[in-house]
Ligand binder design. Sequence first.
Ligand code: T3D
Length: 267
Amino acid sequence: MSDPLVLVSNDAAVRTIALNRPAQLNSFTGELHQQLLAALHAAADDASVRCVVLTGAGRAFCAGQDLADPEVAPDPAPGAAPKDLSVAIERHYVPLLLRLRSMPVPVVAMVNGVAAGAGASIALACDLVVAARSASFIQAFSKIGLVPDSGGTWLLPRLVGRAQALGLALLGDKLPAEEAARIGLIWRSVPDDELAASAQALAARLAGMPTQALVAIRGALDAGAQSDFEGALKHEAALQRTLGFAHDYQEGVQAFAQKRAPRFTDR
Ligand code: T3D
């Protein structure tokens, strides 16, 4: 039986999902897509999971699309028809990115090595990105004649502004993790030997927080970026209305009054 292409492990309420094609730097085939999407759906459906960590096995986080995969690789035979890349994108990447951005729990990208092409976009689509100091981010698309995909064109300018987004996307240079943190592309860069402990501690902390509020914050920031100020005020009011009815709000306020740690349970 062949090795699973994703490795799934649990530590209390934190589920870690590792891409597992290390010899190909965890680049995506259709089969890896299927297994990752299934793992994310399973985490979303499991009420005991309160935070997901996404990482890569081996020395890379993810090198994006497997460029040798017959689904997308150009056929070298003379006269062969070019492939319609939008088919693979619609089939695999769109559902994956929509799933990631709509997870009912926070998602931490634990970037252990290079994140290139769609691999970079997937990391950046997570809620918080913690990267090892030796890791890097590469908008590899322009080098093979493509545009950033998997949400890259949406994410990059929102994260770092148009000037930096264009520099990264046009040139496709390797951006070291420390520089990525400095320009605001990611949350933190940490020493390599502290990556797992840092990312898991962050995930455990998020898992102990009010999940519905965290997910609403993600959605509100995305919505706020596309609305006017008054629209954002109204959206915030609607969210506070919903969250104010939830148990976690009652618990948070009671815990504050009683000078104890809260025990959040909603999901
Ligand atoms: O096509 C569509 O559906 C459209 C969607 C596109 C989405 C995308 O993600 S497009 C961008 C695709 N990714 C890339 O262009 C990145 C290609 N990889 C690299 O540039 C480099 O490998 C890295 C900079 C990521 C790492 O460099 P390095 O020197 O550390 O490693 P390496 O020696 O290049 O790679 C190690 C092995 O992984 C090597 O295999 P080998 O020679 O040991 O058998 C290499 O071929 C393989 N590998 C790395 N990236 C990919 C890959 N194999 C297939 N696809 C890859 N993307």
